[in-house]
Design a protein around this ligand. Structure first.
Ligand SMILES: Cc1cc2nc3c(=O)[nH]c(=O)nc-3n(C[C@H](O)[C@H](O)[C@H](O)COP(=O)(O)OP(=O)(O)OC[C@H]3O[C@@H](n4cnc5c(N)ncnc54)[C@H](O)[C@@H]3O)c2cc1C
Ligand SMILES: *[C@@H]1O[C@H](CO)[C@@H](O)[C@H](O)[C@H]1NC(C)=O
Ligand SMILES: *[C@@H]1O[C@H](CO)[C@@H](O)[C@H](O)[C@H]1NC(C)=O
Ligand SMILES: *[C@@H]1O[C@H](CO)[C@@H](O)[C@H](O)[C@H]1NC(C)=O
Ligand SMILES: *[C@@H]1O[C@H](CO)[C@@H](O)[C@H](O)[C@H]1NC(C)=O
Ligand SMILES: *[C@@H]1O[C@H](CO)[C@@H](O)[C@H](O)[C@H]1NC(C)=O
Ligand SMILES: *[C@@H]1O[C@H](CO)[C@@H](O)[C@H](O)[C@H]1NC(C)=O
Ligand SMILES: *[C@@H]1O[C@H](CO)[C@@H](O)[C@H](O)[C@H]1NC(C)=O
Length: 551
């Protein structure tokens, strides 16, 4: 009685939450000088902006992206000073809503950093300029180089072109008083050949909107401005054309900035305020609701189980987010797609309509033929159309065994491991595919579709070292995956991406399988354990919707 009452309460709690898709928190927030955009807002921003836009495309589930967040924040805090010319944006490609935009920009592995010019227009050949760097200093100098090549049109934007002889910079030709109010000073900086000191000074002084900085690249011109051509390399000109030299301590950027700002401060000007930042990560909108709390405590209190909800979530994400993001399937990645759908179809953990769906998707992708090609858009549309003709297959949008106790923890990657362990056990029990087929399918998935850069590199290295393609019995296949997963667990144990409630341990621990380990692993015991726990009949349906709510 008490038990069923508890279940009823849980069912009610869970039922309330059905309508709300779980909102994934964002790795960044506007407090970090990062604007969070999505499929509907990114291009409006890029197309309309008179600034450059620097975008990070990431996947929330990618450990590398999470580990990179702290570094990226420091970078974007610094870039706040450049906001007159550059905005910082982020898009989470792991969200189903962002499939189209991430496909359009050919985002494969994340994090991917791309900078766009003002009023960008996407074309097949122009998807922005990718910055293949991770270190903030390297990114800053790449961005500086990029920005300095931009011909900005707006008045408030800097001009990176050196002053030339014919240009009339000495007298303001229009409304003098207006000019003196908004731009009382111009800093003139001599930039020798192959130096970037003028460019860098322009960027450093962006926080002083009352000055214009102009580059002078020949000494003769310094002379015609009334300066000493051999020695005056930094000067200030007021709005009526009076030029006087500044006296920096030396010819470094630091000294130039110090000298120019000293002058401005003495004239009673102030820079615009810097960004107020906190070292503590600001995670936008995340809290664990009662539903998640209930699942976490149930999962932690039960004997370890394999939950069908996680297998469904893995397949759901593959079909609706990860695969449709691929611009085009042809050749090797077409083969990888066909293998993946085939394995899912044969060892399908879904119910009857889920089976029909995968059979039909399989027929579709297999009809393309070896030399044909299929766009991600066409794949996405076909999946949508086939789904419309069947009772709803994916009702739940919730991880159960893969639930995380905090933001960005577990979820998709956990469900992929769970799915492939399950598939390897099913393959051994059914023997409809040759041994090793599931591992080769996983290899194809990782190589072509897994949007997590370091995972891909590690896994492909491990596949070679552990000779994935030589596995030739079903039992060896199950054990290969077990050992590979343990190798990953070992590397990641104690990592900042670890969920403290679900620490990474060598699996299965003594509490789960007493016989599996006794000074060394007993491979036979591990095998029996896997065959029991990952057996289809032993899958738990806890957390899945049922006709009366949730079980
Ligand atoms: C192919 C692949 C490669 C990856 N490479 C990286 C990487 O290089 N860097 C990175 O940061 N992240 C990587 N990840 C993600 C990482 O492995 C975890 O999925 C993620 O950190 C979430 O961990 P988790 O606590 O949910 O447990 P997971 O490791 O995802 O495991 C899921 C569940 O499987 C069970 N399990 C644990 N170990 C085993 C085992 N040996 N055999 C069978 N079942 C087990 C447990 O019940 C566990 O809760 C990779 C993921 C995949 C699928
Ligand atoms: C921004 O761009 C979109 C799409 O190109 C356009 O419809 C919209 O009018 C623009 N908005 C502004 C403020 O320029
Ligand atoms: C994504 O944006 C495009 C327009 O750029 C729109 O046609 C499409 O419906 C959007 N998709 C989603 C899932 O919002
Ligand atoms: C010099 O500047 C003027 C005005 O900006 C421009 O029209 C001219 O083309 C420039 N000449 C050279 C040689 O760059
Ligand atoms: C400037 O750079 C070019 C090529 O990058 C080089 O050929 C030239 O010698 C350099 N000049 C000076 C003065 O360093
Ligand atoms: C140049 O001057 C700055 C101060 O303006 C000083 O911090 C720096 O150490 C000097 N560098 C050299 C190489 O003298
Ligand atoms: C499959 O399961 C879903 C929910 O889990 C349910 O809505 C649907 O009716 C089921 N379909 C069949 C054919 O059993
Ligand atoms: C299901 O799990 C139990 C306990 O782990 C085990 O005894 C049983 O054999 C498993 N069932 C199958 C079909 O493997």
């Amino acid at each position: 009685m008490i038990r069923s009452l508890k279940l009823l309460v849980l069912a009610l709690l869970l039922a309330v939450c059905v309508v709300h898709a779980v909102i994934e928190p964002s790795l960044y927030s506007p407090d970090d000088n990062v604007k969070i955009l999505n499929n509907d807002s990114l291009e409006i921003e890029l197309y309309n902006s008179s600034n450059c836009n620097f975008v990070q495309f990431y996947n929330y589930f990618c450990g590398d992206c999470r580990r990179y967040a702290a570094t990226f924040k420091k970078l974007s805090w610094k870039l706040y000073d450049w906001r007159r010319v550059l905005s910082v944006l982020a898009v989470d490609c792991a969200q189903e809503i962002n499939v189209k935009i991430c496909r359009d920009y050919h985002i494969r592995q994340t994090p991917t950093l791309i900078v766009f010019p003002p009023h960008f227009q996407r074309t097949e050949n122009d998807l922005g300029f990718e910055i293949d760097k991770r270190e903030p200093d390297e990114i800053i100098s790449t961005l500086a180089e990029y920005i300095s090549k931009i011909k900005f049109t707006q008045q408030e934007h800097p001009n990176f072109e050196p002053i030339n002889k014919t240009e009339n910079v000495f007298t303001a030709d229009e409304d003098l008083t207006e000019d003196c109010k908004s731009k009382p000073y111009t800093v003139l900086v001599y930039q020798p050949l192959n130096s970037t000191i003028g460019r860098d000074l322009i960027l450093e002084l962006l926080t002083w909107p009352m000055v214009t900085v102009r580059i002078v690249d020949n000494r003769a011109l310094l002379g015609s401005l009334g300066l000493i051509p051999e020695s005056d390399e930094l000067a200030i000109m007021d709005c009526v054309g009076n030029v006087s030299p500044l006296e920096p301590e030396n010819s470094t950027l630091t000294a130039y900035v110090a000298s120019a700002t000293r002058f401005l401060q003495s004239a009673n000007y102030q820079p615009v305020a810097p960004l107020v930042t906190t070292q503590a990560p600001t995670v936008a909108k995340y809290f664990i609701d009662e539903e998640q709390q209930a699942i976490i405590s149930t999962v932690l209190s039960q004997q370890p189980k394999v939950y069908r909800a996680d297998l469904e979530q893995a397949i759901d994400s593959l079909l609706h987010t990860e695969l449709p993001k691929v611009p085009v399937f042809k050749g090797d990645n077409m083969l990888a797609l066909q293998q993946l759908i085939n394995v899912l179809r044969l060892f399908n953990p879904l119910n009857a309509s889920g089976k029909l769906l995968l059979d039909r998707i399989y027929t579709f992708v297999n009809s393309i033929g070896n030399n044909g090609e299929l766009s991600g858009v066409a794949f996405q549309l076909q999946v949508q159309n086939l789904e419309k003709k069947l009772p709803k297959v994916f009702k739940s949008k919730r991880y159960v065994g893969c639930i995380g106790s905090g933001p960005f923890l577990r979820g998709f990657t956990c469900s992929i491991w769970t799915l492939f362990h399950f598939l390897s056990v099913e393959s051994s029990k059914t023997a409809v595919l040759p041994p090793g087929a599931v591992l080769r399918t996983l290899h194809g998935f990782v190589q072509h579709f897994f949007g997590c850069k370091d995972c891909v590199q590690h896994f492909l290295g491990m596949a070679e070292r552990r000779k994935l393609f030589s596995v030739n019995t079903y039992d060896a296949e199950i054990l290969w995956l077990w050992e590979a997963h343990n190798e990953v667990n070992q590397r990641l144990a104690g990592d900042s991406t670890e969920d403290p409630k679900f620490p990474k341990q060598q699996y299965p621990g003594p509490d789960i399988c007493g016989k599996c380990y006794d000074t060394t692993w007993s491979r036979n015991e591990v095998l029996s354990f896997f065959k029991a726990i990952y057996d289809r009949k032993n899958l738990s349906t806890y957390g899945l919707p049922t006709p009366i709510g949730y079980d």
